[in-house]
Design a protein around this ligand. Structure first.
Ligand code: FAD
Length: 335
């Protein structure tokens, strides 16, 4: 069992900055995220995009902001449980909380901060016969380790940036990449679409347009993919892997069942301290709602600061909180 002062569900920018604000008040945090890396939407959806509305940065690349946050919170030594989805939250008799993940990790804490953004990101799954049966046996919804595809026959489906980018990247790694797309034009970046067309012209990849993957086949592991074109004709392609890349859809998931007041998939909070209707549970960042709420990174940062001031009374019920400027005390003394 991991023990900490504050268990933070969600390691997006809001959860990360909450570690800093809590750390200034000598509260230790443990972050849990279903994604394999910290950074939330910034790292997962738009790592290379510049952000223009972070105070003090005329422009900053999203991944750079996440890297800076990691550096900023490092002195407070947060714990991380990544790649695990929080499933359960139970109040203990001594008033503490136990957070449980799908992998069985348990985190005991005095305060729970839900910084779950839009919820867990789950891949959008296409309707393909026997898809679920081959999940983990050839079917993947993300490319984590490109080397795993070396010398393999791969079918990628999709028409957005991910499908185009991975087709280009894996063209040099895999034995053969086949990209299947429902339309004949791509939603992804034009230069990536041109590169894919060029790879197809030169025979390095196979491009199958106006078509859909409809069925999978194999004995134990994926061996064959069936593709149907607009003319209704089927073609069968040998495949070791099928990678449907149709984007991620966020799901509030288990958070909905914890007795919290929810309005349109967001948790209602008191703007005094971003506490929820359940004592000891706070909700900050994109996951909360209140009159005038803006889903912006800087709003999440502000909410984290006020939450920490309030959480202090749960962690140190016998102590008086003294507000301190970092310019006066620095980080090392506070950490
Ligand atoms: C394309 C795009 C561009 C944007 N541009 C800007 C911009 O220019 N400026 C700006 O201010 N904002 C921008 N935003 C919005 C900004 O990204 C969000 O406001 C910000 O990410 C919210 O941070 P967060 O930490 O609250 O949530 P998120 O970044 O969504 O992080 C929440 C994390 O919680 C995790 N999680 C949720 N539920 C669970 C669970 N049950 N178990 C484990 N983990 C869980 C998720 O996996 C996720 O990693 C943009 C958003 C998008 C999509």
């Amino acid at each position: 069992m991991i023990t900490t002062d504050i268990g933070i569900i969600g390691a997006g920018p809001t959860g990360m900055f909450a570690v800093f604000e809590a750390g200034l008040l000598k509260m230790h945090c443990h972050l849990i995220d279903s994604l394999p890396q910290a950074g939330g939407q910034l790292s997962e959806i738009y790592p290379q995009k510049p952000i223009y509305d972070i105070p003090g940065y005329p422009a900053i690349n999203a991944q750079q902001l996440v890297d800076n946050l990691s550096e900023q919170i490092a002195p407070f030594h947060p714990g991380f449980t990544l790649g695990e989805r929080v499933e359960t939250l139970e109040k203990q008799q001594d008033g503490t909380w136990t957070i449980g993940t799908n992998e069985g990790t348990l985190i005991n804490c005095k305060v729970v901060v839900i910084a779950g953004g839009l919820g867990c990101f789950e891949p959008r799954k296409p309707e393909v016969d026997r898809l679920a049966e081959f999940e983990g046996k050839g079917v993947l919804y993300a490319v984590r380790n490109p080397e795993a595809f070396r010398d393999r026959n791969i079918v990628i489906a999709g028409g957005g940036d991910s499908a185009l980018d991975w087709t280009i990247f894996l063209a040099n790694v895999a034995k053969k990449v086949t990209l299947v797309h429902r339309g004949d034009t791509f939603r992804g970046a034009p230069d990536a679409a041109e590169k894919v067309a060029e790879l197809a012209r030169t025979g390095i990849i196979d491009l199958v347009l106006k078509s859909r993957v409809v069925a999978l086949d194999g004995a134990g592991h994926l061996e064959q993919v069936t593709i149907t074109g607009q003319n209704g004709q089927d073609q069968h392609i040998q495949a070791d892997n099928f990678i449907p890349l149709f984007g991620l859809s966020p799901k509030l998931g288990p958070i909905e069942n914890w007795g919290l007041k929810i309005d349109k998939s967001a948790i209602e909070v008191n703007t005094f301290d971003y506490s929820t209707n359940v004592e000891g549970i706070y909700a900050i960042g994109d996951i909360n709602t209140y009159p005038g709420k803006l889903k912006l990174i800087l709003c999440g940062f502000h909410e984290a600061a006020l939450m920490a001031q309030s959480a202090f009374k749960h962690v140190y019920p016998d102590q008086r909180l003294t507000f301190k400027y970092t310019t006066v005390y620095g980080i090392t003394e506070l950490a």
